[in-house]
Write a protein that binds this ligand. Structure first.
Ligand code: ADP
Ligand code: ZN
Ligand code: MG
Length: 468
């Protein structure tokens, strides 16, 4: 809610499941969406007595890599801690997490300062049945989970949304997490407060926001609720809340625990982590160009608008296809390549549910097509037909353009018309007797012969010229 008198402050806590092969502390397969329950389990992630966890190196490196990419500080020493609480999806009775020595401190994304990024393990999942019974599935128990916490730097629901989207994109670029919110691979908690003066107001933490729409809706709802309370002179109670997606309201779950309620203590079963300079160097070298950097470069290098650069950055594969096409083309403008890529080509790619690289159209052939458009050899109508043909056959546009351009090529159409006239003397006679629909019949025949590619107006004209 826009309100001059009040200042909105938001801090986000975002969890993301990491895309490692195995779980965080055992070698079970990391596949939390596995349909059959309790398949990817072992004594370690089921918390049998006497078993010992081991640290998944890949998970640690993923978090460090993200930290480096976002300009965070990676301390030489880090450790894991136990966070104790009871819940049926947490078999050990504690979660292995990180308390006072996270893997990453600080950093910045979208202008928002980060407090920390740490590594922990996901819980199992409960399936609440009828008749007061619940089932537990431990496939997700022990899946590597990172938690990123921001400073209270965010000023509106829209800014929070933009941050969450940029983080999702960055996680995907780095190959750390698919961060699909619908699948629960990325989960957002929003801390929201409203105040009149310069001091921060009392915050309410809204948990389990499982879509971007919920992130925006829940924050907007809380801000409005806080302002209304403050207007009435009421006090906001620090609390944890949930978000009802159906009703579009938040509901208070509990008054928030303090940190000591979790009885944090160093995890005695795991060694402390030492992160060496050469590991940092190796991970740094491995960081690809980030979406934010790509956008800036696309504007500078190709003269695209920010919106266009933004569109391309949403998908690393599309951005790559664009760049390869740009390096192959001779005449086509950056804008033309953008337009054909993001509308026609992407339309085909999305409909077929494949990646651009899996299509039969290579950037080089795509560039050839666009050069033909730019020089005027193909108009946009014909270009679409050629593109479709290329899509199906993988042929070069130069080999297709002539066959496709027969559509409006009068001499080629005339050939077909003559052939159809000769083959259908009965219909020709009917036409001459004044039977109007026999012309339609002949046009249909010609159209079939041309595999539907004839221009109907032209065909009609050519028939009329040749039937008299
Ligand atoms: P807690 O101890 O309750 O978990 P933290 O200090 O760890 O609180 O902060 C958790 C999150 O809440 C962080 O993202 C932080 O930026 C945010 N936050 C802290 N204070 C406020 C506030 N007054 N208003 C909004 N967000 C806040
Ligand atoms: Zn296991
Ligand atoms: Mg906290």
């Amino acid at each position: 809610m826009e309100n001059e008198k009040y200042k909105t402050t938001i801090g986000l806590e975002i969890h993301a499941e990491l895309k490692t092969k195995s779980k965080m502390f055992c070698d079970c397969k990391n596949d939390p969406d596995k349909k059959s329950p309790n398949v990817n389990v072992c004594p370690v992630c089921l918390a049998h007595p006497g078993v010992l966890p081991t640290i998944n190196r890949q998970a640690v490196e993923f978090v460090v890599k993200l930290g480096l990419a976002l300009g965070g500080k990676i301390p030489e020493h880090s450790k894991f801690d136990r966070k104790s609480y009871f819940y049926p999806d947490l078999p050990k009775g504690y979660q292995i997490s990180q308390y006072d020595e996270p893997l990453v401190s600080g950093g910045i994304l979208n202008g928002v300062h980060l407090t920390r990024i740490h590594l922990e393990e996901d819980t199992g999942r409960l399936q609440h049945g009828s008749k007061n019974s619940s089932l537990v599935d431990f496939n997700r128990a022990g899946v590597p989970l990172m938690e990123l916490v921001t400073e209270p730097d965010i000023k509106s629901a829209d800014e929070a949304l933009a941050f969450a989207k940029e983080l999702q994109l960055t996680l995907r670029y780095l190959g750390i997490s698919d961060a699909d919110m619908e699948k629960g691979q990325m989960r957002v908690e929003a801390n929201v407060s409203v105040s009149k003066g310069s001091e921060l107001g009392t915050k309410v933490e809204v948990k389990n926001l499982n879509s971007f729409q919920s992130v925006k809706g829940a924050i907007e709802y809380e801000v409005k609720r806080h302002i209304e309370a403050l207007e009435k002179g009421e006090k906001i109670v620090q609390a944890t809340a949930g978000w009802d997606t159906v009703k579009g309201v938040t509901y208070i779950q509990r008054i928030k625990e303090n940190a000591h309620d979790y009885r944090y203590m160093p995890e005695p079963d795991l060694p402390p982590l030492e992160i060496t300079a050469d590991v940092l160097e190796r991970l740094k070298r491995d960081i690809p160009e980030l979406p934010s950097e790509k956008r800036v470069r696309f504007v500078k290098e190709y003269g695209l608008s920010e919106t266009q650069a933004n569109t391309l950055s949403f998908d690393r594969d599309i951005a790559e296809f664009y760049e390869e096409t740009m390096s192959e083309k001779e005449k086509a403008s950056a804008e033309l390549v953008f337009n054909y890529l993001t509308s026609d080509f992407l339309g085909l790619v999305n409909a077929a549910q494949i990646t651009p690289k899996e299509s039969k159209i290579t950037p080089a052939k795509f560039a050839d097509l666009l050069d033909l458009v730019e020089e005027g050899t193909l108009n946009s109508r014909k270009a679409k037909d050629v593109l479709k043909e290329m899509w199906e056959t993988g042929l070069d546009p130069h080999d297709i353009k002539d066959s496709v351009s027969q559509i409006t090529d009068t001499s080629a159409l005339k050939e077909t018309v003559i052939k159809i006239i000769e083959a259908n003397p009965k219909a020709v006679e009917d036409y001459k007797k004044g039977k109007g629909n026999s012309l339609q019949f002949l046009i249909g025949k010609a159209m079939a012969e041309l595999k539907g590619r004839g221009n109907p107006e032209l065909l009609r004209k050519i028939f009329e010229e040749n039937l008299n």
